[in-house]
Each structure stands twice: as C-alpha cells, then as structure tokens.
Design a protein around this ligand. Structure first.
Ligand SMILES: Cc1cc2nc3c(=O)[nH]c(=O)nc-3n(C[C@H](O)[C@H](O)[C@H](O)COP(=O)(O)O)c2cc1C
Length: 342
C-alpha cells in the first residue's frame, strides 16, 4: 500500500464507524479526482415509514457529515463540503441520492489524538448505566446546543424514570403497528451468524436481548399484552434501562431539510463531546416517532408550545457510564461505503 492509499484507508476505517438509525449505514462516497468525493444517501437504507421518518433522514446526513469532518480533524486532514440537499419528497423509493460534495486536503494540520480516541470510543450503550454525567459535562453539551440555537435540557431524576418507562411503552406499542414492526424485523439481527453475515442492522446482543426470544416476540407480538407474561417481559426489557443515567431532550427548528440536517450536526457534536469524557449515550428515538409517546413526553417535560418552525422535539437520550457495549458491526468500507471511482 502506498502512503497515500494508507492515509485514505485509515481515514475511511474511522469514517465507517459513523452512527446511523438501526445501523442502516445509508451513506456512500463516490471518489472523484483530487480528494473530492460525492456523498450519497442510499434511500433503501434509511427509515421509510412516515413523513417524519423521511425528514429524519436529513438528521442522518448531518450526523454523517459532521462525523466525516471530525474524522478529518482527528487525523490532521481538513474537509470542506458543499450541500445539495434533495427535497424530502425525493427520499421515497430506492437508490442513491446525492446530497453533498466533500473535498479533503490530506495532512494539512496536526492530528488531534484526543478527538481520535473519542471517535473510537463512541458507541451506543444499551447497558445499565452506573451513573450519569457530571454537571460540567451536562453544562458543556447544553451550551454546545445553545450556540446553534437548539435547546438541550436535562430531566430531573423522577422525570428521567418516567421517560424510560415511556420509551419502553413506545417500543412495545410499536410492535402492534404493522409497518413499524415489519421495518424493525427487516433490521433486527437475531443470531450471531446473521449478525456476522449481514454486518448491518440492530443485533440482539447490542440490544442486550436474547436473540431467540426477540425473534419469537417480533413474530408473535400479542404476547406483549398477555396477562402476567406482559409484566415479566417489561421487567426483562427494563432491567438495563432503570438506572442512574441522565436523560436529556433537545428542541430545535425542524421544518426544512436544512434545519433537520443541522440537528444531525449538533447530535454528532454532542455525542463526540460526551464520548470524549468517557460517557456513553443511548438515543430514545421511539419516543419521538411514536405519536402517543411523543405527546406524553412533551407533557412530562412541560413543553406546551412545540412547533416545527421553532422548537420541535428532535432528540432524546440517556447518557452516563456503563460497561463497554457489545460492538455493532459495519459492512467493509471497500464493499459499501466507498462506491466505484468515476
Ligand atoms: C439519529 C439516530 C437515531 C438513533 N435512534 C436510536 C434509537 O431510537 N434507539 C436505539 O437503541 N439506538 C438508536 N440509535 C443508535 C443506532 O442504532 C446506532 O448508532 C447504530 O446501531 C450503530 O451502533 P454504534 O452507535 O454503537 O456504533 C440512533 C442513532 C442515530 C444516529
């Protein structure tokens, strides 16, 4: 491998760790000459159930572009990009849609070892958290969001408990929404063999669940409402959730494609900052997408003026310390992230 190939390899290995909903890995990069890459969103790898799922795809694009830039900074490169976001209606269907052009300049700065470590450390932890984040870390992420006019708030401990319960209720309820159940089934990986073969999606061990039971329940969701058993299943699901983590929620403008993209940038910045301090994070996306849970969460948090134009509930997560989570796999970058040169 030449030096130039090695530099690209190291960069793309790090880039390939970007987080995406359901670990769908929707982004593809097409290399052009002189460090330029066209950036595509593969529609069949995004969530595709409702208008809100489509607008969330722009969050995924923002998460990726910030991650791409942070990986460059960590390794001493620089990244510029120009956006050409499609309209939300163009995200229906299959196939790649171009949304940005990125230009990299290699080895123009000093590598940032601490940032590199934070990006390597970052994972979603669905384990039990031993403690939340310090007040300093909480204040720093709140400020980070405020700088870009987004409002991040930490819930009180009793509110956090209720939010965890709402998340559990929404996850169980979603099993009775047939399209949602089928989409989840498409992305769930129920065994080690399936996880290793597909290298994408949500695997049972990352979810801290038993693969066989998960498969059976997804195929027979009525069990979730069977007297007695329903209580047991709730306790099993909640065993890793009722803990000492801190729960945060973020309100932001969410009406346009660009506003949703910007939410993604901020999510990645917050996640990196939290990871840099040795904390993990777990998004509670189901509360946002499940209508009843969304409404009840706003009530719980005392938000009475939600609007897409100014302050929409865009992100909820718990954060804190936990044992290292089971790694979620990625498709090899040469086979997926990187498209054929043109
Ligand atoms: C915008 C966004 C929303 C997410 N929502 C959820 C969620 O609702 N529940 C969950 O368990 N994980 C959620 N995740 C985490 C992804 O499932 C996770 O990033 C992916 O499986 C890869 O795993 P890793 O973060 O450990 O690398 C979300 C990630 C992103 C970027």
């Amino acid at each position: 491998m030449s030096n130039q190939q090695q530099t690209l390899h190291t960069y793309l290995e790090l880039v390939n760790r970007y987080p995406s909903p359901h670990n769908g890995q929707p982004i593809r990069l097409k290399p052009l000459a002189e460090g330029r890459f066209e950036v595509y969103f593969e529609r069949s790898r995004g969530l595709q159930l409702s208008e809100i799922s489509y607008i969330f795809s722009f969050v995924s694009m923002g998460v990726f572009m910030r991650h791409l830039a942070l990986c460059a900074e960590a390794l001493g490169h620089s990244l510029d990009y120009e956006l050409s976001l499609p309209k939300v209606t163009e995200l229906r269907g299959e196939g790649p849609v171009r949304f940005a052009m990125a230009t990299l300049q290699w080895d123009v700065g000093t590598a940032d070892e601490a940032l590199h470590k934070a990006l390597q450390f970052r994972q979603t932890s669905r384990k039990k958290y031993h403690q939340g984040v310090t007040d300093e870390v909480a204040a720093a992420v709140v400020e980070l969001a405020a700088k870009v006019h987004m409002k991040l708030t930490r819930l009180s401990a009793p509110q956090a408990k209720q939010a965890v319960w709402l998340n559990q209720r929404a996850v169980f309820d979603d099993m009775f929404d047939e399209p949602v159940r089928l989409e989840l089934d498409h992305w769930l990986r129920y065994s080690q063999a399936e996880k290793q073969a597909k290298r994408d999606g949500l695997s049972y061990d990352c979810m801290e669940l038993n693969g066989r039971s998960m498969k059976w329940i997804v195929a027979h969701p009525k069990i979730l409402r069977a007297p007695g058993i329903s209580w047991l299943l709730k306790q099993y699901y909640l065993r890793t959730m009722t803990d000492s983590s801190d729960v945060f929620y973020m309100l932001a403008p969410f009406r346009t494609e660009r506003q949703s993209f910007d939410v993604g940038l901020t999510i990645m910045d917050m996640w990196t900052q939290i990871s840099a301090q040795g904390y993990y994070l777990h998004p509670f996306g189901t509360i946002m997408s499940n209508q009843a849970a969304h409404r009840d969460f706003l009530e719980l948090a005392g938000v009475h003026d939600e609007s897409l134009a100014e302050n929409y509930l865009v992100f909820i997560f718990r954060a804190g310390t936990s044992a290292p989570p089971v790694p979620s796999l990625r498709l090899d970058y040469t086979q997926h992230l990187l498209m054929e040169e043109s």
